[in-house]
Design a protein around this ligand. Structure first.
Ligand SMILES: Nc1ncnc2c1ncn2[C@@H]1O[C@H](COP(=O)(O)OP(=O)(O)OP(=O)(O)O)[C@@H](O)[C@H]1O
Ligand SMILES: [Mg+2]
Length: 229
């Protein structure tokens, strides 16, 4: 089933006097429960496309449709609500808050997502998620004492604690060595299955494609190929 549709999306930026077209009419859809890898050369427009899909910036033209909602016609507050409740984000660096413990990072996310759970329920939900990513034993730790792979595990738990439908990941393994990258992708692919999350992931790493269900190549702002494995 199609969960997400990007329809003829264009994005232009003003560069001084010149208007540059970064995305040149992109069409793609995300199927429920699939991991889609978005690949392409540096500067081809991958992050721009991901942030437009996630409602972090708007398209110049075209539409972004999620379930029965059209992000293109929603106002900022509606999009913020949608993002907070239905989308999760993982980036190259974990961006954990330095002065919060692992547990507090996740509780904060539940707060932002306006979770209806009571405090003790939130705490047990946080514990469950941390167990899922193998980090429950580090609940009381601050980010500074965690390894890169451990931080990324926490970042993934934080990205999915509010049970989003879609996970947007921009080079989630780029700051990790090969072994840690494999572990993180293994984890992401397991979570995609067990929690029925749909994932759009930008990657530079050929090895990570083994975990994707579909690969979309973009070149110079246009889709070059769309391959289902
Ligand atoms: N806000 C902006 N204003 C002007 N130009 C921008 C803006 N955002 C992105 N661009 C330009 O759009 C192009 C595509 O950028 P984007 O970040 O999407 O590439 P990318 O494929 O993610 O590259 P990388 O693999 O290096 O992360 C680049 O030339 C970039 O300079
Ligand atoms: Mg990028």
């Amino acid at each position: 089933m199609t969960l997400f549709t990007i329809d003829k999306v264009r994005k232009t930026f003003k560069n001084g006097e010149v208007e540059e077209e970064i995305l040149k009419g992109i069409n793609l859809s995300l199927k429920e429960g699939e991991i889609t890898a978005l690949v392409g050369a540096s500067g081809s427009g991958k992050s721009t496309l991901l942030t437009i899909a996630a409602g972090l910036q708007s398209a110049t033209d075209g539409q972004v449709l999620f379930e029965d909602q059209n992000l293109t016609t929603m106002n900022t507050e509606q999009i913020r609500k949608l993002r907070a409740s239905k989308f999760g984000f993982v980036f190259q660096f974990s961006h954990l808050v330095p002065f919060l413990t692992v547990e507090e990072q996740l509780l904060l996310m539940l707060d932002i997502a306006e979770s209806p759970l009571k405090k003790h329920e939130q705490q047990s939900e946080v514990h469950r998620l941390l167990q899922l990513v193998g980090m429950a034993h580090r609940k009381a730790a601050y980010p500074a004492v965690l390894s890169g792979g451990e931080k990324q595990r926490v970042a993934i738990a934080r990205a999915i604690i509010h049970q989003p439908k879609v996970l947007f990941a921009d080079e989630p393994t780029a700051s990790l060595d090969s072994q840690r990258s494999q572990e993180i992708m293994q984890l992401l692919s397991e979570l995609t299955t067990t929690l029925n999350i749909t994932t759009l992931m930008v990657t530079h790493d050929e090895e990570m494609l083994a975990y994707a269900d579909r690969m979309i190549k973009i070149s110079d702002g246009a889709v070059l190929s769309n391959t289902l494995y």
